[in-house]
Design a protein around this ligand. Structure first.
Ligand code: BMP
Length: 252
């Protein structure tokens, strides 16, 4: 793609949302656009990973419902302390996909009490505009398109999903494998330097590809980091690759 992208500084000037601002400010100060996906299943692994990769990431993405020994006091309180100390945000990848009232209950109740600790959450927009009203104290990243083979997020679905995302004040960005309007932040998972897939439908691209062709803002890396023998070294590699790819994408 020949056109230049919008820089983090420009995006910062164009947004009032406190979560967007925090993400962009953190990216600029850490020179990182890396979000680590902590798809581990115990509190100990989660906290150990957060501690190791914390200095190098702008956010840690969780699937909190896969933690088998979850306890608010033992899991969330220390996680929040690590996040504050290493200056990263907490992104709960809950992918809400229900009517507004149910999403509100899933967001505020149960054992996870996501509303009490997540800085931002992912949500499908399949429930329509008003289903997103309940997320007013956090940022919402709308699932616009999915990375897995055969996903039903066709061009026409993505177009309709973007209309909801662009019009809703709680939405700060989208997850997609395609370009989206630059007034939204673009979060791109399916990033891995070593693999092209996982045999379960996941499809991978390199950081270079997603910055150059999608003008993504933030890369999300799971197994490339947490499955590595040295997660901290891998986080540094993805941070450096991601930052260089971002800088290169600023140049025509
Ligand atoms: P990995 O890098 O190990 O493939 O992990 C990708 C992470 O991003 C997973 O947590 C997955 O749930 C999430 N994800 C994705 O892979 N594709 C999407 O389209 C949306 C996602 O949230």
């Amino acid at each position: 793609e020949e056109e230049t992208r919008v820089s983090y500084e420009q995006k910062l000037n164009n947004t009032q949302h406190s979560v967007s601002r925090k993400l962009l400010e953190t990216a600029l100060s850490k020179k990182s656009n890396l979000i680590a996906s902590a798809d581990v299943t115990t509190t100990q692994e989660l906290l150990a990973l957060a501690e190791k990769v914390g200095p190098h990431i702008i956010a840690l993405k969780t699937h909190i419902d896969i933690i088998s020994d979850f306890e608010y006091e033992k899991t969330i309180i220390p996680l929040k302390e690590i996040a504050a100390r290493h200056q990263f945000l907490l992104m709960e990848d809950r992918k809400f996909a229900d009517i507004g009232n149910t999403q509100e209950l899933q967001f505020t109740s149960g054992v996870f009490k996501i509303t009490d600790w997540a800085d931002f959450v992912t949500s499908q927009v399949i429930g329509g505009f008003e289903s997103l009203d309940c997320f007013k104290n956090v940022g919402v990243v709308a699932i616009v398109g999915m990375s897995s083979k055969g996903a039903l997020t066709t061009a026409s679905y993505r177009e309709e999903a973007l209309k909801v995302a662009l019009s809703h004040p709680n939405v700060i960005g989208g997850v997609s494998q395609n370009k989206i309007p630059e007034d939204l932040l673009l979060f791109t998972p399916g990033v891995n330097l070593a693999d092209s897939g996982d045999g379960k439908g996941q499809q991978y691209n390199t950081p270079e590809h997603v910055f150059k062709t999608l003008h993504t803002d933030f890369i999300i890396v799971g197994r490339g980091i947490y499955k590595s023998d040295d997660p901290e070294a891998s986080a540094i590699t993805y941070k450096t690759e991601g930052w260089n790819a971002y800088i290169n994408s600023l140049i025509k």
